[in-house]
Write a new protein. Structure first.
Lengths: 268, 272, 286
């Protein structure tokens, strides 16, 4: 469940890109999907993301829970906006049959269009994120945040949290089993939830305690000593990075140009 | 040295006077709550810098007064390993964890890598380099915690109950590693409940009870003082217990009792 | 037959084969210790006894019931399991509430009161009954966890490393509590690394190595340094026998104490034997 769980170790040129490059792409792709109000434009970004994922050979991440959530989000958006969006005027009728629900009346084309754009935006963004996360090792990610200026205090905190979250999840599972072993009835999800909640406070307290002690051990391991620390992972912008960053910003510039001179490309 | 935690009702450490020579191995024993961990924390400056309280007296380690230097500075010479590995592991892979310490100290990269290979070998962590620590077993985690301090090559190594989470095999591995370090000349302070090991390898034993140093001497001296040991709710090394019972039956008369298997063997052969 | 394990295989998700064909039977009232290196399958095996784990292949019968067809809630009334970390099993506001918790829906008020009182007095927890379990020291927490399991009145008590991680006093406290439970006639199964404990109290010891049983018999047999087999088993399991056993072996082999009985396990036995020899023997001239 942690970030580490999403990272897939393969050896592609995309994996070897500096995390900052990929972060730049993430930001730009997010900007582009919001610049246009046209499903085709958003689909373009979406396809680029899919291609990237395939090039990086981390497509297995598409089978995961997150991908399914994205699809659900897409469908939900189309349906909800289809019925409820104020932009909707023309009812949808197929073979003279119109789907009708009280208060929201029928599905409308304009509404579905809006839902499609919103939904596709979510999917495109989700894929960008999946691409980033599946090709960037968490430690590299944190180190690049440091390079970008984030104080090391925060990267360390993030690092510790990423460690603790899967641990806490493991702990909850063990706790549930321990409860069952002493006869606590955990037949349904409500019981399970109650059990987890009752241990929630001691669990959180012990996690906070852990974080506190871990930060002490970090200091005891010389963090902040009056010497120049050695860089372990070689992070540096290579030629490939420059090219990709250039292409990314070119994409942004192109998008802005089209936007300025041709509007948001909405079909309605 | 005296120390009282801010939230403590009384002094956790009372009037501690202790000196440890370079290269000595000192075993610290005592019931839980007697101040052993507190004592360890004063050796690298966590007390008083990170755990505030009333601190009287001074602690000088490797010529540095802990009051006058920060914890990271002191960490250049003193390494500490706690009994709970979860409280020490902060990085996302095993190798990151091991390299973290020396990297903070500015050790050159190739040196870090060779130290890492060394400690991975000594502590049996081969093959686990890329694993995230939370997937390791308790024993592996503890060995990782020790490895990541060891890679800093400290002059003084403080271990607070390092084998609590380990099975006998893991315990043995850790004890062997500690032995090897002793041979390299590292000054070692070990807090342990597994007194049989300390009896055999420690140069000195310090018994802490309710914040005070009650006994301080060679293992034979300390463990032969049965009354004090029992009075402090402590146990004896197994062979010492045998001789204690022999003494009670009037079958053994010497003042100092054997504390190791070899000593016990020799003594029995001698006396009968 | 309290517990029967027939050809038990268990594989964790992710294809980790933890148990490879384990056969075992435990009778009522026995005191069994399960030992072995970490990862050998001790806990995995024990978790089958109360149904928390179901066999991948083979079967486990508890009092004749097949664990694959019985739910954990039911099995927990026959097999009580005390986890290694008491924090995982405690979450109520007072010790009394803790002990009463799982019983609430199963018993009448007066029955419940009786059981709670019984558990509190057996474990000497009367003085702590209104305290919050989380504020107690580790050995006391372990006693509370034991008391809560005891209150369910199971016939089998499984304890996962009860004396590990404590100082001498705490370990003794827990040890005595286990003996008290034994004295009420329960079947006791202890997973432990403490060989002194095994030598002192276990009537049978099971050594697990790599998911299989490497030894199933009396501690005296296991720690008998004069048998090749025993020595090999100990080596495989990376276990050392108690120093008493080693000392008596050394004296018999190399020290010329050929009359010293074999298989001495604990200091008291050793001293007795030595005293007997002393009174029998002629004074040695060195």
């Amino acid at each position: 469940m942690s970030l580490k769980g999403f990272y897939i170790q393969k050896d592609s040129w995309l994996h070897r890109l500096d995390p900052r490059t990929k972060m730049a792409y993430l930001v730009v792709s997010a900007a582009v999907v919001f610049i246009f109000f046209n499903p085709l434009a958003v689909l373009a970004v979406l396809f680029i993301n899919l291609i990237l994922i395939f090039l990086a050979k981390t497509y297995v991440v598409l089978k995961g829970a997150l991908a399914k959530i994205l699809l659900i989000a897409l469908v939900l958006n189309i349906v909800v906006h289809g019925f409820a969006s104020p932009a909707g005027k023309t009812p949808v009728s197929l073979f003279n049959y119109t789907l009708w629900i009280p208060f929201f009346e029928s599905l409308k084309w304009e509404g579905m269009y809006v839902g499609l754009v919103f939904g596709l935006r979510i999917v495109a963004l989700g894929l960008s994120l999946l691409f980033f996360v599946s090709t960037t090792h968490p430690t590299d990610f944190l180190n690049s945040l440091r390079r970008l200026g984030l104080p090391v205090k925060y990267t360390l905190m993030l690092s510790i949290s990423l460690q603790l979250i899967p641990e806490m999840l493991d702990e909850s599972r063990i706790i549930l089993n321990a409860q069952r072993a002493r006869g606590v009835r955990l037949k349904n999800s409500v019981d399970k939830l109650k059990a987890i909640i009752s241990t929630f406070i001691p669990l959180t307290i012990s996690s906070l305690e852990k974080m506190n002690i871990i930060s002490m051990s970090i200091l005891a391991r010389g963090y902040g000593a009056p010497v120049k620390p050695t860089e372990i992972r070689r992070l540096g912008l290579k030629h490939v990075d420059i090219i990709v960053i250039f292409l990314t910003f070119f994409m942004l510039a192109l998008a802005l140009y089209i936007r300025i001179f041709y509007g948001d490309l909405s079909l309605f | 040295m005296w120390f009282k935690y801010n939230l403590g009702r009384e002094y956790a450490l009372k009037g501690i006077n202790l000196s440890i020579e370079e290269g000595e191995m000192v075993g610290v024993i005592g019931p839980n709550g007697s101040g052993k961990t507190t004592l360890c924390l004063t050796l690298n400056g966590i007390i008083p810098h990170l755990l505030p309280g009333e601190f009287k007296g001074q602690v000088v380690v490797c010529g540095i007064n802990t009051l006058e230097h920060s914890v990271p500075e002191i960490a250049q010479n003193v390494g500490i390993v706690f009994s709970e590995p979860d409280f020490q592991i902060s990085q996302l892979t095993v190798e990151d964890e091991i390299m973290f310490g020396p990297a903070n100290l500015g050790v050159p990269r190739h040196e870090i890598e060779s130290r890492m290979r060394d400690v991975i070998e000594v502590l049996g962590l081969k093959g686990l380099e890329k694993r995230p620590p939370h997937t390791l077993s308790g024993g592996q985690k503890q060995r990782l915690a020790i490895a990541s301090v060891l890679s800093m090559r400290p002059k003084v190594l403080v271990l607070d109950e390092p084998t609590t989470q380990l099975d006998p095999a893991g315990t043995e591995e850790v004890f062997q590693a500690i032995k090897a370090l002793k041979e390299r000349g590292v000054t070692i302070v070990v807090v342990e409940h597994k007194i049989d090991f300390l009896a055999e390898y420690a140069d000195r034993i310090v018994l802490l009870y309710k914040g005070r140093v009650v006994l301080d001497g060679r293992p034979k001296e300390v463990f032969s003082d049965i009354d004090t040991i029992v009075g402090c709710n402590m146990g004896l090394p197994e062979v010492t217990e045998i001789f204690h019972l022999l003494k009670k039956k009037g079958l053994y008369g010497k003042k100092e009792l054997p504390v190791t298997l070899e000593e016990a063997y020799d003594e029995i052969l001698d006396s009968w | 037959m309290m517990i029967e394990v027939e050809n038990l295989y268990f594989t964790y998700p992710g294809n980790v084969q933890a148990l490879k064909g384990v056969n075992l039977s435990i009778e009522e009232g026995e005191f069994v210790a399960i030992v072995g290196p970490n990862g050998s399958g001790k806990t995995t095996l024990a978790l089958h006894f109360n149904g928390l784990l179901k066999p991948t292949r083979g079967c486990v019968y508890v009092k004749g019931k097949d664990t694959r067809e019985t739910c954990v809630e039911e099995l927990s009334t026959v097999v009580g399991y005390v986890f290694q970390n008491p924090n995982h099993q405690l979450f109520n506001l007072t010790v009394r509430d803790e002990i009463a918790f799982a019983l609430k829906r199963r018993l009448t008020k007066s029955e419940l009161e009786e059981r709670v009182e019984d558990a509190l007095s057996l474990f000497g927890l009367k003085a702590f009954e209104d305290l919050n379990p989380f504020t107690l020291s580790l050995p006391l927490k372990k006693l509370v966890a034991m008391a809560t399991v005891y209150a369910m009145k199971p016939e089998v008590f499984v304890l996962d490393e009860p004396t590990t991680g404590q100082d001498f006093f705490g370990a003794k406290l827990v040890e005595n509590a286990v003996l008290k439970v034994r004295d009420t006639g329960k079947t006791i199964i202890v997973i432990t690394h403490d060989m002194k404990f095994v030598a002192r109290h276990a009537k049978r010891v099971i050594v697990m190595v790599d998911g299989e049983i490497a030894f199933n018999g009396e501690p005296r047999e296991l720690f008998d340094q004069s048998t090749q087999d025993a020595r090999k088993t100990l080596e495989r399991a990376k276990i050392k026998p108690p120093k008493t056993a080693l000392l008596s072996y050394m004296l018999r082999q190399d020290g010329g104490f050929k009359d010293l009985p074999a298989n001495l396990l604990i200091p008291e036995e050793f001293v007795e034997a030595l005293a007997k020899l002393r009174s029998k023997s002629v004074v040695k001239c060195l």
